[in-house]
Design a protein around this ligand. Structure first.
Ligand code: FHN
Length: 431
């Protein structure tokens, strides 16, 4: 009998321990997730001392620059043209609702005034100002939410040891205290979540450098949620979401498409989605990269993302003088002009009842389904039945009614050739 009671006790303790490790998002957090999904479009900013070399944010690793030499860079980082008002206004003009900026990338350099290191913008650069604080103040003035991209991976800290797959040529000693590194990382996150107002989310990256390490994520995630319960946590580990995360991201890919090869096994979870993409082929400023994506292709990607029930985070890598390059500015303004006209069919929507197809995607909001014809195949569109009676079919661009037929096979709509829009022909189904 005693044995049975003991086994039962152990079972109860285990149950309660499991329950404790199960993250239960707070009501503020759930509200923030809704806001996030409604917002749909954000600006990603990769900016750091690496921009001085105009060769992307991986330059330290790719050019095998050791730590000693890399430390010369901050002296050249003097972005006198940096005007946070200009950046935030540009994001707004593009129709973006939030900004995700690199607080720290893999080179470990803090873009804010960290008290835990002097490897930061205030202590090491002639500029000497906390650009994150300046941006946070401006975002709150203009009503844009601010998120931080924060790298787990660190090529600078000696306690980032044992080292992972990258950063081998940074010239660090073969010793270090891993848990001190994690304490340092948590300490820096606490600074960011205490001194910069309300933070929309933390966007982790670099976990993949040491996939099997003890990252103590539960502790880090609990710290973030205890400081700011509404702060959304996402982690670009290219795996299925972990307990404690609030959204799932897909790098240069739409949820479930697996076109990039980062992780063919990546599972699509139940959390809100975000997909991120570059405007040329680089994240950090790259002087020679002229592979600019067209406005049309970026609008179509944004619309597709919405059809996949995902947000779109579009990257700019500002120049070392603090300016965003004119090619990006022009495209962003054009995207904004499009969103001014057609944003209703994207903002506040969720993925529509017809799954993405070769011709395009659908989004939905209230009693409306928006069909986005991105690559029309002919003038007659056949949608599979999705269990709702369609009352009217309207061409969004003109407001005119379109002929349609609904039967057991689905809904067939004729779209006159003259109404086809080169970027996106939007058809509204009133249900
Ligand atoms: O290594 C980074 C890279 O520099 C960039 O920040 C992107 C953005 O999604 N993520 C990493 C690669 O997965």
């Amino acid at each position: 009998m005693k044995k049975i009671i003991f086994a039962f006790l152990i079972f109860c303790i285990q149950l309660s321990l499991n329950a404790q490790s199960q993250y239960v998002p707070s009501p503020e957090n759930l509200k923030a997730r809704e806001w996030f999904q409604d917002a749909k479009f954000g600006m990603f900013i990769h900016w750091g001392v690496y921009s001085v070399l105009g060769d992307g944010e991986w330059v330290m690793n790719n050019q095998r620059i050791d730590k000693q030499t890399y430390q010369k860079l901050p002296a050249f980082f003097n972005p006198i043209g940096y005007d946070p008002k200009e950046w935030v206004s540009l994001a707004k003009a593009a129709g973006m609702k939030y900004i995700t900026i690199t607080s720290k990338h893999h080179d470990g350099f803090a873009m804010w005034d960290s008290k835990l290191t002097d490897w930061d913008i205030v202590d090491r650069t002639p500029y000497g100002k906390d650009i994150i604080k300046m941006l946070a103040d401006e975002c709150s003035k203009q009503g844009i939410r601010l998120f931080f991209y924060h790298s787990h991976l660190d090529w600078f800290q000696e306690n980032y040891f044992p080292r992972g797959n990258t950063g081998q040529t940074a010239g660090r000693p073969d010793s270090g205290d891993w848990y001190r590194y994690l304490d340092y990382m948590d300490g820096q996150l606490a600074e960011l979540l205490t001194n910069y107002g309300e933070i929309g989310g933390i966007w982790f990256d670099g976990h993949w450098d040491k996939k099997d390490a003890d990252w103590r994520l539960e502790k880090t995630y609990s710290l973030i949620h205890s400081l700011q319960p509404a702060c959304l946590i996402g982690n670009n580990h290219h795996l299925a979401p972990f307990d404690g995360e609030d959204f799932q991201m897909f790098e240069k890919d739409l949820p479930g498409q697996k076109t990039t090869g980062f992780n063919p096994e990546q599972k699509v979870g139940e959390l809100p989605f975000e997909t991120c993409e570059t405007m040329n082929n680089s994240w950090g400023f790259n002087l020679q990269d002229k592979n600019y994506k067209s406005t049309k292709s970026l609008i179509q990607y944004l619309v597709k993302a919405a059809g996949f029930n995902s947000n779109f985070l579009l990257n700019v890598g500002p120049m070392p003088n603090g300016k965003i390059q004119p090619e990006f500015v022009a495209t962003l303004r054009e995207m904004g002009a499009w969103m001014d006209k057609y944003g209703e069919t994207v903002y506040g929507t969720r993925g529509g009842p017809v799954t993405p197809r070769s011709w395009g995607v659908t989004t939905r909001k209230g009693n409306k389904v928006y069909v986005h014809l991105l690559n029309p195949e002919d003038n007659n569109l056949l949608l599979p039945d999705f269990g709702k009676k369609v009352k009217n079919v309207i061409l969004y661009q003109t407001g005119s009614k379109l002929k349609f037929k609904q039967d057991a096979f689905g809904i067939s709509i004729s779209v006159p050739a003259e109404n086809i829009d080169d970027t996106d022909t939007i058809i509204v189904l009133e249900i």
